[in-house]
Design a protein around this ligand. Sequence first.
Ligand code: C2E
Ligand code: MG
Ligand code: MG
Ligand code: MG
Length: 279
Amino acid sequence: RAKEKGRNTFQLYTSALNERAVRRMTMEGELRKALERGDIQPWFQPRVGLRNGSVVGSEALARWIKPDGTVISPGEFIPLAEETGLILPLGEQILEQACRRVRAFQDAGFPEQYVSVNLSPRQFRQKDLVGMVERVLQRTGFDSRLLELEITESSLVQDIDQTMATLRRLREMGLAVAIDDFGTGYSSLAYLKHFPLGALKIDQSFIRGIPTDPSDIAITTTIISMAQSLNLKVIAEGVETLQQLNFILGLRCDEYQGYYFSKPLPPEAYLELLRQRKL
Ligand code: C2E
Ligand code: MG
Ligand code: MG
Ligand code: MG
């Protein structure tokens, strides 16, 4: 009887494994197709300058638009893309489309609009990242000074020499690099001083606790003042309430993004928002 039970457990286990493997392979195939068809596109979340409340630029966030119109979040396909290596062609496509779209916003009367694009660790480590970015800028005619790349702390600390070389070359090209989800990783504060960085983005988990959680208040205050003394721009992510906005305003944070102002928008809606605010 015990033996029988064991066998059943084993069968259950293998069939669950198969199911997972099959689902993964199906999803990988679908992701490839979506990539070929251009179904994965950047949406844009406004970034608001705290000095005068204007929309200074946006973060490009990947969305998979299924043929039936269903919108799939990056949390559901970026990890698989990262595992399979599809993140490299996908990342290049997102970067190129983000540059094209924002170039169109600039041409439509918003010349100072910048954009920031996320790079996963595997993208940041890819051979000839700098060359890829250079070619995209050339193809799209996008001004490198209006492009920011977002990397996480885990990308920073993997291979310090290579990181330094890549950051230097990006800086020479005129690009800014921001540390995304800052405060959640393991980067040594000492590195921040040496790396040529442009900005820190305070992780939204800290903003969420404002104004009630004393630790989140302390962490946010510390990150902002540290960024200021290191001459880095500082951006608050995930601002959802007026209290949170007022809190970071008081600390002279540079910019914020969050649902309080706007969710990520399809490009047409983003341009419409810029136009409305100009009136
Ligand atoms: P992230 O770069 O930290 O982006 C911020 C995420 O927070 C976005 O989720 C955004 O929609 C969400 N968000 C913004 N404001 C608020 C708010 O007020 N409240 C809440 N609850 N959420 C807010 P999204 O678009 O689902 O992206 C998730 C993550 O996927 C991104 O985190 C980024 O790490 C990754 N990702 C997105 N697009 C790309 C891409 O093109 N390439 C790569 N490599 N990763 C990407
Ligand atoms: Mg980001
Ligand atoms: Mg983030
Ligand atoms: Mg994130």
